[in-house]
Write a protein that binds this ligand. Structure first.
Ligand code: C2E
Ligand code: MG
Ligand code: MG
Ligand code: MG
Length: 281
């Protein structure tokens, strides 16, 4: 009884609280079931090489079509998957799926896969990568892994060892969302990245905010001097493209070239942009 009375003082908040907690529990359960049942899809967005004027690869992006909510953003379910310990099976699934898909593309095309901090420093990452390459026959040089600065913050010691094991497999590693963290610059000095992906927030402001073009120019110069490829993310306009080209950026990615598309649309996309190159579907 006493318990009921004490709880009574919160009665105005309870329905809402319960509702939110319950919704969250249902969402968690849905995510568990989706991971167990592999109810995800990978979409692919072209990465366009400016010097060669052709698509040089695709980034795999997870898509979850929730039965009730419809399409849920990875920005929403990836953090939850990390929290619930589901990111390892989910990350391994997308890695294997993307390598399998890429093994059917023309040899000049790479595939980029995002790896979350928890997954990157897990004991199983290197063996999962090795197994994905072995079972699909994809050469390591055609796989890129994208990591963000949070990986390095969480565990710099383990990261160095893992980066070297990946290099030994021929796999490339990119720093994603460059410029959005706190100490991106110091990480560039300590870790042997192959590519810097300039965050889309810089690209968005490129033609609008004074100073942004100097930052972008500096990052491109930095990449060139460190022997790293630079890729600009979120390129949506011809004006942004022209600026990036003039600054010597190596690659662009964004809605201007194409949105992320299902694998079934890739042969058409490759034929349209790369002419004679063909995917064997
Ligand atoms: P990201 O790796 O930086 O991926 C780029 C995001 O920008 C994607 O959002 C893409 O759809 C979006 N994008 C591409 N071009 C444009 C453009 O021109 N304009 C705008 N406004 N956006 C553009 P998406 O697919 O919603 O993914 C969001 C984030 O979720 C990714 O950011 C990545 O951090 C994470 N993510 C997605 N798939 C995976 C995955 O398989 N594993 C892990 N660990 N994270 C993933
Ligand atoms: Mg990425
Ligand atoms: Mg990014
Ligand atoms: Mg991002």
């Amino acid at each position: 009884r006493a318990k009921t009375e004490a709880r009574g003082s919160f009665r105005f908040f309870e329905p809402e609280m319960d509702g939110r907690l319950q919704a969250r529990r249902i969402f968690e359960q849905d995510l568990r079931e989706a991971v167990a049942g592999k109810a995800f899809e990978a979409h692919y967005q072209p990465i366009y090489c400016l010097r060669e004027d052709r698509i040089c690869g695709f980034e795999a992006l997870l898509r979850w079509n929730h039965p009730v909510r419809g399409r849920v953003s990875p920005a929403e379910f990836i953090p939850l998957a990390e929290e619930l310990g589901l990111i390892i099976p989910l990350g391994e699934w997308v890695l294997a799926r993307a390598c399998e898909e890429a093994s059917r593309w023309p040899d000049g095309l790479k595939v980029a896969v995002n790896v979350s901090a928890v997954q990157f420093t897990s004991a199983s990452l290197v063996s999962a990568v090795r197994e994905a390459l072995r079972s699909t026959g994809l050469p390591g040089r055609r796989l890129e892994l994208e990591i963000t600065e949070s990986v390095l913050v969480a565990n710099p010691g383990a990261t160095t060892a893992i980066l070297h094991s990946l290099k030994a497999l021929g796999v490339r590693v990119s720093m994603d969302d460059f410029g959005t963290g706190y100490s991106s610059l110091s990480y560039l000095r300590s870790f042997p990245f192959d590519k810097i992906k300039i965050d889309q927030s810089f690209v968005r402001d490129l033609c609008e905010t004074d100073g942004t073009e100097f930052i972008v120019r500096a990052v491109i110069g930095l990449g060139a001097n460190l022997g790293m490829t630079t890729t600009a993310e979120g390129v949506e306009t011809e004006a942004q493209l022209a600026k990036l080209r003039a600054e010597g950026c190596d690659e662009v990615q964004g809605y201007l070239v194409s949105r992320p598309v299902p694998a079934s649309e890739l042969p058409t996309l490759i034929a349209r942009w790369n002419g004679e190159e063909r995917a064997t579907a």
